[in-house]
Design a protein around this ligand. Structure first.
Ligand code: ATP
Ligand code: MG
Length: 224
């Protein structure tokens, strides 16, 4: 049986309790030995991020400080140019050729996978570990459906028999939290604290990200 290493990709703009709790459930369900949060540097499939990469990493550091099993993988931030997941997973394979590797992503992200650069390579570079998400059901275009066909398994051991190529869904506890909703309410400290760890809420307020901070001074308002 192979060691299983996972990359949990996202913009984490900001990281929230939905990410953290889902990640914990996935790691526990699959006994993943190496679980890395992978903040996107310059994500090509989005117009832009709101907080700068270093702010997004600092928020992850705040969030992960009391989750010792989780680490941050900086490879997309440290590589110049656009961050393509296909490059990241190819690099991950070079680093750990003898281990099994998984890309962890939510159902909404998987539904849109066929918009990613070189997306057909992705299921061959890593297993796909899919987290359920409220309001999101499997919904694949015909080419993506074909690319995923035959990969699905409900036996977690299959993820350690081969280094890549299978797909496994973890039904995580539904949490209706998104970074989009958080960016909209960042000026409201009480709501913020319900959605992100206290250390992340403090960071957002100190750095006045997402239009929060001192009411009326307009800091960051251009980001909304
Ligand atoms: P945004 O609203 O900016 O898109 P987000 O909350 O979707 O933010 P991302 O950084 O886009 O956060 O998400 C990273 C990954 O985590 C994606 O694969 C996404 O599907 C998954 N994810 C985010 N929130 C949840 C959640 N509440 N439950 C399950 N999966 C989630
Ligand atoms: Mg998202």
């Amino acid at each position: 049986m192979l060691t299983l290493r996972a990359l949990f990709g996202g913009t984490f703009d900001p990281v929230h309790r939905g990410h953290l709790e889902a990640a914990r459930e996935v790691r526990d369900a699959l006994d993943i030995e190496d679980f890395r949060f992978l903040p996107a540097g310059d994500p090509p499939h989005r117009e832009r991020t709101f907080a700068a990469p270093e702010h997004r990493v600092r928020m992850l550091e705040c969030a992960l400080a009391d989750h010792p099993g989780f680490t941050i993988d900086r490879s997309e931030l440290d590589r110049p140019g656009r961050s393509y997941m296909s490059d990241t997973l190819a690099q991950f394979r070079e680093r750990f050729p003898d281990d099994a590797r998984a890309l962890v992503l939510g159902q909404d992200a998987l539904n849109g996978l066929d918009r990613w650069h070189a997306w057909r390579d992705l299921p061959e570079l890593a297993h796909l570990v899919v987290m359920t998400r409220p309001g999101e059901t499997p919904n694949y275009g015909p080419e993506l459906a074909e690319a995923l066909e035959g990969r699905e398994t409900d036996d977690p051991r299959d993820l350690r028999r081969l280094p890549a190529g299978r797909m496994f869904t973890v039904p995580v506890t539904p949490r209706d939290i998104s970074s989009t909703a958080i960016r909209r309410c960042a000026g409201d400290g009480a709501t913020l604290r319900a959605l992100v760890p206290a250390a992340v809420a403090g960071y957002i307020e100190r750095e006045r990200l997402y239009g929060g901070g001192v009411a009326g001074d307009g800091a960051g308002a251009a980001d909304l």
